[in-house]
Structures are given as structure tokens and as C-alpha cells.
Design a protein. Structure first.
Length: 333
């Protein structure tokens, strides 16, 4: 087993815990509730919580429920995200909404939220954990709201049309991905520090690590959306969904000439993007240096995150955290 496979296996230690809390439901509802978890996933956030706890001097066992808590929040957000985006595939399999309907997916998400409240009661430092996850969920919701408002077409609701962004700066992009993605990854590392009963300084350092690698995580997700083949999702899904909040798209718009820039924006603003439109958009983006620039940016955040761990003593757990950071940057899925 490779080091990365070992790290993913570590994160999957939380699966039985998550299943235990969501199986407290009516028998015929359980398959719907289990679908998102059994569909797989890298369990990066869970692994981060466990390794952060160990790095701060705790034992893996005390981090398992906090890790399950964070991972279930992530899966909860994916169910809701797929409802919002009408997602059909997730991890190469039908989404909860695609398999069981939007109505059942909404109910599953609501059940997950209540299960989270049960898990947090059983975690170390439940008061602090509850505050942590409450803030992380609020941040994730605001990030999702911004992401929707960055879409250039496809939604006719009055609020969205009124508040839609037709131009997205890099600072605004960082604000969105910070809330949508980095906030929960920061919470994953912070939860590990809380479980270990670490000092405030150690918890802040773990949070800084999580924040920076969280930004890199979303940057790489954006790159894989445009260029990747092994993600389990449609290639160019962000283009199909009219999203302007993708770093590869933003970097390409800065590099394209005026005619090409207008062409790409016009495609994103079409009510429906055809296969031909998608291929044209991908070709325009792929003819720029957006991929290289995006990876360089991701690498900058990874390196910044690693610096935050310098204050911790060298250990196997710290070494694995650093390896996990490298995996986030170099992953192909």
C-alpha cells in the first residue's frame, strides 16, 4: 500500500462511525442516507483531523468522532451542492438526488444535519466543537451562495439575476473558495487540535495549515474540472454550469485577446451550453498558460501551509500531514 493509500485508509476509519449515526432512521430511508457515504471519497478531511490530533500530541482514538463529524459535514454539503447544481454524477456514481429524487436528497441532508448534532455531543470539548462546526457550516453556505452568484447563466430566479456577478476578481474568487472549501478544511485541522487539548497557539497553527491547503485544494479541483480525466465528474462541468468562479477560467480570461475573451464569456452566458460550445471553451482555455499559473498558485499555498507546522516537533504524524499536503497539490482526482 502506498503512503497516500495508507492516508486515505486512515480517513476511512470514520466510515463506521458516520454510518452508525445515520442508520438511526426508518428502515426504508437508510439506503438513501447511506448512499453518499458508500459512494466513496478520499476522506482527506477526516485524515487531516486524525493527523492534526496526533501532531498536537493526542492519540488517534480521541480524534475519530471529531473526524467523523467533519467528514459528515462534507458529505452533507455534497448532497446539497448536487441539489443546487442538478448534479448527476459524484465520484463516478449517481448522486443522491439523481438516484432517489431531489425531495429525498433534501430530506437526507436534513437528517445529516441532525446526526451532526448527535456526534458533536459525543466529541471531546463538545461546546468548542459545536461552535467550530456551526461557523464552518455557515461559511460553507456563504461560499456556496457566492459560487452561485458567479454563474453567468442557467438560473432565472429574481434574486440571482439581480445579484449576479458579471466580473470576478481574484480577491473575490479567494473569498469564495475560502468560505466554500478552505473553511471546512481549516475546521478539520482545528478539530484535531481541540481533541488533543492542544494550546491555543498550536490550534491556530493547525488552522493556518488547514486554511492554506484548503485554498490549494479548491484550486486543484478547478484545474481538474477543466483538464482532468479521472475525477468521476464530467470534464468541463464548471463550464456546463456557467461558472465564472474557476481559477483556470479566470487566468485564461486574463491571457486571451479581446475577441477570444468575449467568445469564452458569451459561451458561459448561453442558456444551454452544447457539446460543441464546451469543446470550444476548453480549447480556448487549454491554449493559455492558465494551468501552469494555477498550479504555481496552489503550490504557493501548500508551501505557506507547511510553514505553519514548523513549530511542531518532528513526528510520523507531522510527516504524514506534509505528505497529505503534497497529495492535495499533485492528485489526479
Amino acid at each position: 500500500m502506498s503512503e497516500i493509500e495508507s492516508l486515505i485508509s486512515l480517513g476511512r476509519m470514520v466510515d463506521p462511525i458516520m454510518l452508525n449515526y445515520i442508520e438511526k432512521a426508518e428502515l426504508r430511508f437508510i439506503p438513501i442516507l447511506k448512499h453518499q457515504i458508500l459512494a466513496g471519497g478520499k476522506r482527506v478531511r477526516a485524515a487531516l483531523t486524525i493527523l492534526s490530533c496526533e501532531t498536537a500530541g493526542g492519540t488517534p482514538s480521541i480524534a475519530l468522532k471529531p473526524a467523523a463529524l467533519i467528514e459528515l459535514i462534507h458529505n452533507y454539503s455534497l448532497i446539497m451542492d448536487d441539489i443546487i447544481d442538478h448534479g448527476e454524477l459524484r465520484r463516478g456514481k449517481p448522486t443522491v438526488r439523481a438516484k432517489y429524487s431531489d425531495a429525498m436528497a433534501i430530506l437526507a441532508g436534513m437528517f445529516y444535519r441532525e446526526a451532526l448534532d448527535e456526534i458533536v455531543d459525543d466529541c471531546p470539548k463538545p461546546f468548542e466543537m459545536r461552535k467550530l462546526i456551526r461557523n464552518a457550516i455557515k461559511e460553507t453556505i456563504e461560499g456556496e451562495r457566492l459560487d452561485i452568484l458567479f454563474e453567468q447563466a442557467g438560473r432565472e430566479e429574481e434574486y440571482i439575476k439581480k445579484h449576479k456577478y458579471t466580473n470576478v476578481s481574484l480577491n473575490l474568487y479567494f473569498k469564495m473558495i475560502g468560505k466554500k472549501t478552505a473553511a471546512l478544511i481549516k475546521a478539520a485541522c482545528t478539530a484535531g487540535g481541540l481533541a488533543a487539548n492542544a494550546s491555543n497557539e498550536a490550534i491556530e497553527a493547525l488552522g493556518a495549515f488547514g486554511w492554506n491547503i484548503g485554498l490549494a485544494f479548491q484550486i486543484v479541483d478547478d484545474i481538474l474540472d477543466i483538464y482532468g480525466e479521472k475525477t468521476g465528474k464530467e470534464k468541463g462541468k464548471d463550464i456546463i454550469e456557467h461558472k465564472l468562479g474557476n481559477i483556470a477560467i479566470l487566468f485564461s480570461l486574463k491571457e486571451l485577446n479581446t475577441k477570444e475573451k468575449v467568445e469564452l464569456l458569451n459561451m458561459l452566458r448561453k442558456p444551454k451550453i452544447s457539446k460543441m460550445d464546451l469543446n470550444k471553451a476548453l480549447k480556448l482555455i487549454e491554449n493559455t498558460k492558465a494551468k501552469e499559473k494555477a498550479y504555481n498558485l496552489g503550490r504557493k499555498f501548500i508551501n505557506e501551509g507547511k510553514k505553519a507546522l514548523l513549530s511542531f516537533q518532528d513526528s510520523e504524524a507531522k510527516s504524514k500531514l506534509l505528505s497529505l499536503a503534497d497529495f492535495i497539490l499533485n492528485r489526479a482526482y
